[in-house]
Design a protein around this ligand. Structure first.
Ligand code: ATR
Length: 292
């Protein structure tokens, strides 16, 4: 530690950086939590284009900002500017949380905790089953990492509109995690309905169906879903997406993205403040703001 850093006490400022910084529920979630626990922090959104990313991190250190969430389009690129990143963030290739420890910037991926918390109640049911992941972007990476590391599934089908991206993800995880039981598919192969039907768990990792496009769904084929199947949509606004409505009508167990969102936030909150987020109150508050 140099002499300058000795006096670099962090302020109570935390934020989220992205570009554009869309309407996010993170400021609401964190500011209410600070309030409930009587913590002297404030959480602010910062619109930072890619060309200013490095400068923003320098500013963060100079101003003693305690931490950031990182969102699109910086999650993959920001790692190179940090002092170190966690094993999970490194394998996934994306950072969503930064902690400033007296000028030293540490990167984490807390999305994984949100995914694990959501799926953990079904851990036993998922052993040796086929799973279907729709999408091949950043969210899909965190989901696939979590499935490989924490759930003993038999096979992961990666279904994506651009099949080459699904193929790249398969290659990526084969190399990074030495996991070979992935199969890429186009979003509309003739046998798509059968892949869905044979899967114990279907996860939508795309933003399709998110407010205001609430009538959209990555699949509208009712036969895609079966009774007892688990269908998880990472979208949380609305909580009851079109895809989940269809799945529910076929008797599937449906999981929305709210738990994932709150639990990833709770993990980041703990990294910044050392305190537990009052999650039960937070669920109720966010639900009251969401489109049903
Ligand atoms: P994120 O980091 O949130 O996952 P992303 O990296 O932009 O966001 O990835 C978005 C994913 O949603 C991609 O897999 C994308 O498919 P393509 O790879 O073909 O672009 C998928 N996606 C976005 N809009 C879609 C749509 N209307 N129908 C099907 N898939 C869509």
């Amino acid at each position: 530690m140099n002499s300058e850093n000795k006096f670099n006490h962090n302020t109570g400022i935390i934020g989220v950086i992205g570009h554009p910084i869309k309407h996010s529920f993170s400021p609401l979630m964190h500011n209410i939590s600070f309030d409930l626990l009587g913590l002297d922090y404030v959480y602010l959104p910062f619109d930072v284009p890619s060309s200013n990313l490095k400068a923003a991190l320098k500013g963060m250190v100079a101003l003693g900002i305690k931490g950031f969430n990182v969102t699109l389009p910086h999650k993959e690129k920001i790692g190179q500017f940090l002092n170190d990143i966690s094993e999970e963030a490194s394998v996934i290739g994306a950072v969503n949380t930064i902690v400033n420890e007296n000028g030293s910037l540490h990167g984490y991926n807390t999305d994984v905790y949100g995914i694990i918390e959501t799926l953990n109640p079904y851990k036993e049911d998922l052993i040796d089953t086929e799973v279907c992941v729709i999408g091949a972007g950043g969210a899909a990476r965190s989901v696939i990492y979590s499935l490989i590391r924490h759930f003993k599934v038999k096979q992961i089908h990666i279904i994506n509109r651009t099949v080459q991206k699904a193929e790249s993800l398969k290659e990526y995880f084969t190399a990074k995690m030495l996991y070979e039981k992935m199969k890429p598919h186009d979003l509309f192969p003739p046998d798509l309905t059968n892949i869905f039907k044979d899967s114990k768990l279907i996860i939508n990792t795309t933003a399709v169906g998110m407010y205001p496009e609430i009538d959209d769904s990555v699949t509208t084929i009712e036969d895609s879903f079966t009774k007892g199947q688990i269908v998880f949509d990472v979208v949380y606004n609305p909580v009851n997406t079109k895809m989940l409505q269809i799945a529910k009508s076929k008797g599937a167990i449906t999981l929305n993205g709210l738990k994932m969102f709150v639990e990833q936030g709770a993990k980041s909150f703990e990294l910044w403040t050392g305190e537990k987020m009052p999650t039960e109150k937070i669920y109720k508050t966010i639900e009251s703001y969401l489109t049903v």
